[in-house]
Design a protein around this ligand. Structure first.
Ligand code: AMP
Length: 502
């Protein structure tokens, strides 16, 4: 079994991970660290919560300890660029933890914080700068920082850094780097087009990939609740009444605020984090949630990536994300470091297409339940016909709309059935149609089995995976036993006193 010392890391780095009770390196750490120490450019993908941060921070610290060369004033030796301020702050804290025995200098350069203090810190010259693109560009334009001496640049959540919003800025930033430098691109998702774009920044890169691309970690129990939009809020209250610690994701900032207000009316305390809040408010909300002062965080996708909070038992998608990759990142806020987690997504009529896109991305059909008028739930099987030849699908679509138009024309709009009802109808086929249903279900189970067996072939759970993940878990558990914080040790949801609903 590979140990940290087998990876060629400096003993002070190893001392720090031991202090964190990490007994063995995770698969991404085992694979990535040696290549990074060799100075290679790397594209690294691994599932959420599997230790990517340490995978790139430990080699950085190792080099600082072995090299002991101070950065020149207004220069930085290593640059880490991330999409959100919260992630920048978290990586700063992680470096402090892993670098506790190694003298090093670092700062965070991000919007929403005073530029003066950042300029002062940069003026000294730094070993590591963690930055968000906008503020970094500001400092580059005023020569508060130069990247001429930068040896390593890391783009964390690289696929997001290369989407339309960030890409021009990233390109300009990369232009400031010297010819000889090492580049790392890391994420849990890496769409093909993005991987193509990335080539312009890479020199003979090594692809380090753990597990199936864009696949949520197996430890997350995922469920879709098909529900009419007006009933979502009430359903959310029901779900949250029984959770230990949850993040609720909404698509809009306004939507997040509305949910916080609604929950307050129902006697449930929560706090929101989104782009319309000041940085102080954002950080306070996150800290309160981290420190268990409040157990429900309502967030936009600002908190979907990279944020590592212990013991998040549930992720609830109040709105289905319209970008399928966001689903993987959102639900990846639970089941971190070998723990279990639950992801519940509320999907209304208008969001069924988003759901299909997600299932396509993760190559997995998600268990669905339809929430009925009386609040009870009924299992719904997806339509195996959806997996047919796409040309047939178009025909099906056309015939559906023909039928729909006909019924609208002939018998009034009552006959206009929403998509979800059609799906449930398939479940309640009368006896005459039972044979057809059986056949469909057979197909469904065959498909499910296929999907499950593909899951099992993931590298993260392969061969001695049990041992590995146990180790991964046990180190974390040790830590938790010490702090007696694990939510597994908490009374089960149903044992907890129920919150009063006004
Ligand atoms: P990350 O994916 O970097 O956000 O890490 C997810 C969680 O895994 C964090 O809480 C880390 O503290 C933890 N972690 C990272 N590396 C290890 C390791 N080798 N053993 C146990 N836990 C780890």
């Amino acid at each position: 079994m590979t140990e940290f010392k087998d990876l060629g890391l400096n003993k002070r780095v190893i001392q720090a991970v031991e202090k964190e009770n990490y007994s063995t390196p995770t698969p991404i750490q085992q694979k990535l660290i040696p290549h990074m120490l060799d100075g290679k450019d790397i594209v690294g993908t691994a599932q959420t919560g599997t230790g990517k941060t340490a995978a790139f921070v430990l080699p950085l610290l190792h080099r600082l300890e072995e090299g002991r060369r101070r950065a020149k004033p207004r220069n930085c030796t290593n640059l880490i660029v991330v999409p959100t301020r919260e992630l920048a702050t978290q990586i700063f804290q992680n470096i402090a933890t892993y670098g506790r025995f190694i003298p090093h200098s670092k700062t965070v350069v991000m919007g929403g914080a005073k530029a003066g203090a950042q300029i002062k810190a940069l003026a000294r010259g730094l070993d590591i700068v963690i930055a968000t693109p906008g503020r970094l560009e500001d400092h580059l334009s005023t020569n508060s920082i130069s990247l001429k001496e930068t040896q390593t640049v890391i783009l964390d959540e690289a696929d997001q850094m290369m989407d339309l919003g960030f890409f021009p800025a990233i390109r300009r930033i990369m232009d400031f780097l010297p010819d000889a430098h090492q580049t790392l691109l890391l994420s849990a998702t890496m769409p093909k087009q993005v991987r193509g774009l990335a080539n312009e920044f890479l020199n003979n890169p090594i692809d380090v990939s753990i597990g199936q691309q864009s696949k949520p970690i197996e430890k997350i129990n995922q469920k879709i609740l098909l529900v009419d939009r007006p009933k979502k809020k009430q359903l959310l209250v029901e779900i949250l009444t029984n959770v230990f610690k949850a993040i609720v994701f909404t698509r809009t900032k306004h939507g997040a605020d509305k949910i916080v207000r609604y929950l307050r009316e129902k006697g449930i305390d929560s706090t929101a984090i989104h782009g319309n809040k000041s940085q102080g408010q954002r950080q306070r909300s996150l800290d309160m949630f981290k420190k268990d002062r409040i157990n429900i965080l309502v967030a936009t996708d600002i908190a979907a990536r990279g944020i590592d909070i212990d013991e998040v038992s549930h992720v609830v998608n109040f709105d289905m994300p319209n970008i399928p990759e966001s689903y993987v990142h959102r639900i990846g806020r639970t089941a971190r470091a070998g723990n279990d987690g639950i992801a519940i997504s509320l999907c209304d009529n208008s969001e069924v297409d988003y759901l299909k896109d997600i299932e396509k991305l993760i190559n997995q059909k998600l268990p669905r339940e339809k929430v009925l008028d009386d609040g009870s739930r009924k299992e719904v099987f997806y339509d195996p016909m959806d997996d047919r030849d796409p040309s047939l699908k178009i025909k099906k679509k056309n015939s559906r709309s023909k039928h729909r138009n006909k019924s609208l024309r002939g018998k009034g709009s009552k006959k206009f059935k929403p998509k979800l009802d059609k799906e449930t109808d398939k479940n309640s086929i009368k006896s005459g149609k039972k044979k057809v249903k059986k056949k469909k279900n057979k197909k469904f189970y065959a498909k499910l089995e296929k999907v499950n067996s593909t899951n099992l072939s993931d590298e993260f759970v392969k061969d001695n995976s049990k041992k590995k993940s146990n180790n991964f878990k046990s180190s974390k558990q040790k830590k938790k036993t010490r702090s007696e914080k694990s939510y597994k040790n908490q009374p089960k949801a149903n044992d907890r006193p129920r919150r009063k609903i006004k």
